[in-house]
Design a protein around this ligand. Structure first.
Ligand code: BGC
Length: 371
């Protein structure tokens, strides 16, 4: 079968003919329809990240996925051929309490693998085989946007974690809040845009920042969901003095990370989701002022990575809400679909201002609206 492979830490990606994975008892064979390309994929292709499975000379890339169930192995249940599915990414270490309770996103041993990223083959291939517990069924009505479910799951977790930390100041968790909470989203790639959509649905007054003007697709979509867009190419001072209750960072820029701490309001929470380069330059920081304000303002800085199945499920509910409120808006985030044969050139370029690029493995599929 065809697969997009990388050989970390060597840079580059290529389409290779690889053996079809074996369908063992209890597993499901899935025909891949399409895969999203994200910053992590670019980092792997650049040789900065990623790990092949033990004993394999290559890693099949791809973790943002949508496929169609083909075949069930003996004893596999819960799915039927033709079902649309999205697979989760992380597989637990099998040792810690988090992995034992389906929360490998909080694995504390580091012994997990991630399909298409670290230690386990991904989904940019004609087929993959997986246990039913890692597959999330997608309603056919969401066919054209479900490839965004994996990045949305990351957003679902990050916003939920942020809300949990914010809730620490409430006398009774879940009690209706007074006033409209303010959220700041840094970055208007797929994670930032999906975060703006989620937070708008959750009742936040949303501001989203990037380094572009008002004439981009992202700025237009932000207007559509009632969010404010601010170009911070000249620095975040343009935001003024307003403090935010929840800040979701989705850029991986260390300098910006520090400046966002300054944007927190009293009791505010900054959730970092962008993964910076480990070897980046040291940043000069006025740590005294910064952490003084964090302490005196009861502020919190939280990192959030990956997502377990529950966040894929809440993401599906949110995708339906987005479609209901802003029909067609999420589909616009997908800037282009390219056949898998174009993988090397698509993966070689990071396109600034593009929200999401998708590689099509197999056009169509059951219940498909044309991709
Ligand atoms: C993926 C996550 C993964 C993280 C770190 C992200 O791009 O969406 O599932 O945990 O990279 O590898």
């Amino acid at each position: 079968m065809r697969a997009v492979v990388v050989r970390p830490p060597s840079p580059g990606a290529e389409l290779l003919d690889v053996p079809v994975p074996e369908l063992s008892a209890g597993t499901v064979r899935v025909a891949v329809l399409e895969c999203g390309v994200c910053g992590t994929d670019h980092d792997i292709v650049d040789g900065k990240y990623g790990r092949a499975p033990p004993g394999s000379p290559y890693l099949i890339l791809g973790h943002e996925n949508l496929g169609e169930v083909r075949e069930l192995g003996a004893g596999a249940a819960g799915f039927a051929p033709g079902d649309l599915v999205v697979a989760t990414v992380r597989r637990g270490c099998g040792r810690c309490r988090f992995c034992h309770t389906n929360r490998s996103d909080f694995c504390e041993t580091g012994g997990f693998t991630e399909r298409g990223i670290g230690g386990s083959h991904g989904y940019m291939a004609d087929e993959y085989v997986e246990l039913p517990e890692y597959l999330v069924r997608v309603p056919p009505a969401l066919r054209s946007i479900a490839v965004l479910l994996e990045p949305l799951s990351v957003v679902e977790k990050a916003t939920f974690q942020g809300q949990r930390v914010l809730d620490r100041k409430e006398p009774t968790p879940g009690e209706p809040k007074v006033g409209v909470p303010r959220a700041l989203v840094a970055g208007t790639g797929a994670i930032g845009m999906l975060a703006a959509f989620v937070l708008a649905v959750r009742g936040y007054r949303v501001t989203a920042i990037d380094r572009h003007g008002e004439d981009t697709l992202a700025a237009g979509l932000l207007r559509r969901v009632g969010a404010r867009h601010v170009n911070v190419a000249g620095g975040t001072a343009v935001l003024g003095d307003e403090g935010y209750d929840l800040v979701i960072e989705a850029t991986g820029s260390v300098a910006l990370d520090f400046s966002l701490i300054d944007r927190l309001g009293p009791n505010g929470v900054l959730v970092l989701t962008g993964i910076p380069d480990a070897g980046g330059p040291a940043e000069p920081v006025a740590g005294g002022t910064l952490f003084r304000d964090v302490v005196l303002g009861n502020q919190a800085i939280v990192g959030s990575v990956n997502a377990n199945r529950t966040y894929f499920e809440s993401g599906l509910r949110d995708l339906a809400v987005f479609e209901d409120r802003w029909p067609g808006a999420v589909a616009q985030m997908i800037a282009g679909r390219h056949p898998i044969e174009e993988c090397a050139s698509v993966l070689a370029q990071r396109t600034s201002g593009t929200i999401k690029t998708v590689l099509t493995v197999r056009p169509g599929g059951a219940g498909a609206s044309p991709p």
